[in-house]
Design a protein around this ligand. Structure first.
Ligand SMILES: [Zn+2]
Length: 497
């Protein structure tokens, strides 16, 4: 690509909040596609005379999320009707927030594209609360099937988080989404299950060209939809950047006054396709919802939520590096796995007293076994207490790393046929305990030296590898000896001959 240009990306993330009931009625907020239209009532069906009442818990979760995203929270916010017709929207309007959203002007920090570069602070324009629509189900069997509507999802609390157009590449967009998901999981407001639609994302993409004559031009903003995985978001943006670039090269300049268009992602064809011209905001005829009172918060209420915020992934990552001595990579791997593994790691660290050793075992052994068995950390037989107890043997210098791996493997085998406990850990580790009885070691080393005069000469002449066979003899004699210690003692005793 010859021309000098910048990729401009903004993301709109929709996340379903983890509440018992829907946003404006008492219907359960459950993913339940097998029993369509069983979680409905006059309010979410939009029947005449039914009146909505705000779910305070959903609002509190939104405030919590917005504060974790460094947003400011106005003390006054109201509800608006966004009016459009669609079969999955029985009221013909969605209750949303228009000009006075519950939060604005925040940011989320993500790692730099270049390894080790400074963190990138991505602006959050606003986050507002709204109700979800239902789901249209189309018969895709190829027969003459009818389309159906399932309204179980109608009225589910949905937090829309709109970023500033601060993202500069497809991979950066993906990293933003990963960090956003991790944050939502740690703040514990959503299960972020993309398959079930509780985390969705649209992307606004266009290119700014810096022309040779000093002028600037831009391609029309395209809103990308239907991307149901982070990988798809990345691929769709990559495709769209190339498409817009080629389009610009053909036409040579910006299409003046063109409206924003929507394009869908076709994951099978690996391409985006035109869907429709995007409605203008004014097309929705937003108006304040007369059925709902505005929400008024006091500064004290906002501060109380802020004070109760859990540690964010960014702060946790920094603490793991500063206080526990973890590498940035290890801290990111652990935290990126979500709250379950992070809590596991922290508990192992507390028990064994060494964050680095805990991190090594968590990121290597534990993660490998979890991935292999597709088990969740909650059901993992080597509990944090068991692993912590085992690693304590290492930090106490009573067990070598090699012996600990043996014990770990034996514990897993044992767990296949029954419960295991820290009693098993101590028993298995005890059998392999490092022998610090220097008397026994010295006797064994003296015997080994006496039986290998030639090797002793070699070691004296600087061929240190000649200690190998003697080490073997000593290790055989003194089962739990630390090979490092044996080697050092052997060399020292030979040199002192
Ligand atoms: Zn309902």
């Amino acid at each position: 690509m010859s021309a000098d240009y910048t990729v401009i990306i903004g993301l709109e993330v929709h996340t379903q909040l983890k509440t018992q009931s829907k946003l404006f009625c008492g219907c359960p907020n459950l993913f339940n596609p097998d029993h369509p239209n069983t979680q409905t009532c006059p309010v979410c069906l939009g029947l005449p005379g039914a009146l909505p009442v705000m779910n305070r818990h959903a609002f509190d979760l939104s405030v919590k999320t917005a504060l974790a995203l460094n947003c400011s929270i106005p003390t006054f916010t109201k509800w608006d009707r966004k009016q459009y017709y669609y079969p999955d929207l029985p009221k013909a309007y969605q209750i949303s927030q228009f000009d006075l959203p519950m939060s604005e002007n925040g940011w989320l920090e993500i790692a730099n594209d270049e390894d080790g570069g400074p963190v990138r602070r991505i602006g959050i324009t606003r986050a507002h609360l709204e109700e979800d629509a239902g789901k249209n189900i189309h018969d895709e069997s190829g027969g003459r099937g009818d389309s159906c509507v399932d309204l179980n999802r109608t009225g589910t609390p949905l937090l829309e988080i709109v970023s500033e157009p601060d993202l500069r590449s497809a991979s950066e967009a993906r990293r933003y989404l990963e960090e956003m998901k991790t944050l939502l999981l740690f703040v514990d407001v959503s299960d972020c299950n993309m398959q079930e639609g509780s985390l969705r994302c649209d992307a606004n993409v266009n290119l700014h060209f810096h022309n040779a004559d000093g002028s600037k031009s831009a391609t029309p903003i395209v809103e990308l939809k239907n991307m149901n995985s982070f990988r798809n978001v990345e691929m769709a943006i990559e495709y769209e950047v190339k498409r817009q670039y080629n389009e610009f090269q053909k036409t040579g300049k910006t299409i003046e006054g063109s409206t924003k268009v929507t394009r869908g992602w076709d994951a099978e064809g690996n391409r985006t396709f035109a869907q429709r011209e995007k409605e203008d905001v004014s097309d929705y005829r937003f108006l304040p919802d007369p059925d709902l009172v505005p929400v008024v918060l006091t500064e004290a209420e906002i501060e109380a939520v802020r004070a109760a915020l859990p540690e964010t992934p960014a702060l946790k990552r920094a603490r793991f590096q500063t206080n526990l001595g973890l590498s940035e990579y290890d801290a990111s791997v652990i935290i990126g796995q979500g709250p379950g593994l992070t809590q596991y790691f922290e508990s192992v660290t507390t028990t064994c007293g060494d964050g680095k050793i805990a991190a090594n075992w968590t990121t290597q052994d534990v993660l490998r076994d979890l991935n292999a068995t597709e088990a969740s950390v909650a059901n993992f037989p080597i509990t944090s207490e068991i692993l912590g107890t085992l690693l304590k043997w290492i930090t106490d210098e009573r067990l070598t790393n090699k012996s600990a791996r043996e014990v770990y493997s034996l514990l897993k085998d044992k767990a296949d046929s029954g419960e295991i406990s820290i009693v098993d850990v101590d028993a298995l580790a005890g059998e392999r305990e490092i022998v610090n009885d220097t008397g026994a070691l010295e006797a064994a080393i003296t015997a080994a030296i006496a039986s290998r005069p030639e090797a002793v000469e070699d070691v004296k002449n600087g061929k240190l590898q000649a200690v190998g066979p003697m080490m073997g003899m000593v290790m055989k004699q003194v089962g739990g000896a630390d090979p490092k210690v044996v080697r050092e003692m052997l060399i020292q005793m030979i040199q002192e001959l």
